[in-house]
Design a protein. Sequence first.
Length: 381
Amino acid sequence: MRQAMSNAAREMWLWQQIVSPHMAGLASALAARGWCVTYVANTRMSAERARLGWQCPDLGGARLMIGSSASDVTTLARSAPRSAVHLCEGIRGNGLVGTAQRALMSNDARVWVAMETIDLAGIRGLLKALEYRRLMLRMRSKIEGVLAIGHRTAAWVESCGMLAQRVFPFAYFLQDRGRVPYQVHCRRDGFRVAFVGRIDANKRLSLLISALATIRRPDIELIVVGAGPLEPNMRALARRSLDGPVTWTGILPMGQVQALLATVDCLVLPSRHDGWGVVVSEALMVGTPVICSDGCGSAGVVRASCRGGVFESGSAAQLAEALSATLEDGHYCGALRQQLAEWAEALGADAGATYLERIIEHATGHSERPRPPWTKSAHDA
């Protein structure tokens, strides 16, 4: 079946606003598997993301092209071979990627879309949902398939009018890091809980502090990685509420974040809404259990990991229950951490590239519909 895709057809163009760590690993892994990969970005890295500690990643054997104007991306879109597969970032609010999409669709190119669930809260969410439905109904005849990133995204994309057979659950597949020396990270004293993210109303660090306050254990250390407008308020809340120590690291480069995650007992992502929450994948890939809200796109992966837990967004009581259960499980050491990390290789770029190949083969009628690689639970691994 793999031979059904000719070498001429194995050309992939990724259209993104920046050279994103979320997609770079996939581009590199596809290139390593023999695809001719072109990664088109409007700029290497945005100033906003750089302030958050993001770094421009290596693309391996993929070719990088910068299209910084409408003319640039239109010319690039028209230069691509007819057989190429084009994977585009979203269908709305995607800057020059939208310009490239329109040029590709007008040329009857093979257009795929990777998209997260939008924030549907309030009147703005309702209006955005209506606009997405309008766009999807208008564009669906030109879209070969949708890679739905997030545990609720596939159902939402179908509700917007996309045909179910063209919608595939997907993830952000990160660069494979190799095996971690798990024995180094075995702790016997205290319990370390990490929060990684912008300190704002959406990420809800206050919910985590409130949940820890109900547990009242002085041997729990909270490690906060990030910065944001609510940091002074959160520092004051932590001083008033928590018995254990709190470490505020500020913003760290992405490489240092994953190294830190390998030394903690649990990551908590209590966001009101997160399209995916890549830090979840980073933690699981080094064998660290995760607790997240069901407002995070990665909640389905956390459930499949059979560690940590998923709680109802906004519920400090459910978060406290999940934390207490994780504390009762004790430290994740040695074989346990290794088992979780080995299962989480399903979130690595190699697994993602294999899965994407099978999706495309299925879409062209050459194979059965593939299962997402993470759907085999960690208990079955």
